[in-house]
Design a protein around this ligand. Sequence first.
Ligand SMILES: N[C@@H](CCC(=O)N[C@@H](CS)C(=O)NCC(=O)O)C(=O)O
Length: 215
Amino acid sequence: MRIVHGASASPFVRKVRVALAEKGLDYELRPFLPLNVSAEYRKISPLGKIPAYEEDGRTLSDSSVICAYLERTHPEPALYPSDPYEFARALWFEEYGDSALAQHVGGGIFFQKIVAPRFLQRPTDQAVVDKALNHDIPPLFDYLESQLQAREVIAGTRFSIGDIGICTHFVNMQHAGHEVDATRWPKLARYVAHVLARPSFKALIDEEAPLFRAA
Ligand SMILES: N[C@@H](CCC(=O)N[C@@H](CS)C(=O)NCC(=O)O)C(=O)O
């Protein structure tokens, strides 16, 4: 029995759920918000974060760790390129998503426009949103645009953990009411649309969308 602990809106929880779906693995999503985290939850996630993962009584935390474990236990279809350099590039793009996009798309837009007003009863700080949109995010998208070369995957020749790690943040951006500007970043806009149309992503977007409608 596989259990993913976390909230569906989390880009990191979504990484794990997309990897599970791509590999055709069943699991239960056990809803958990990382607020006032109990000592009990810290036993499975010592940093108190989501996602946490349980399988047959054994536990793991951190989306990158969990995805790497799933790859070892269920190698097909492979979500990590076999070529060493492309493998490293896929990890780099996963990290780029986990760090830079999480900070500016997650913290700058999704947190301010969705999490703060809806879950924390705090108003959106529009100055933070504007800074993210106009200052912090454009160079991040410029870099991704430069790396895509009109391809449909960010590393190697097949869909990989790099695509999951990048594109999970565009789901949160979409939920917060923002799209990639296709006139400014045409390759990125096309790539994101292509990846988010995969059944693994689309099923989650359809599940999550009602929670964020009219945002
Ligand atoms: N490196 C972690 C990051 C997970 C993370 O930051 N999750 C957020 C929710 S999206 C969280 O649990 N935040 C609560 C906290 O930091 O205390 C991963 O990849 O799983």
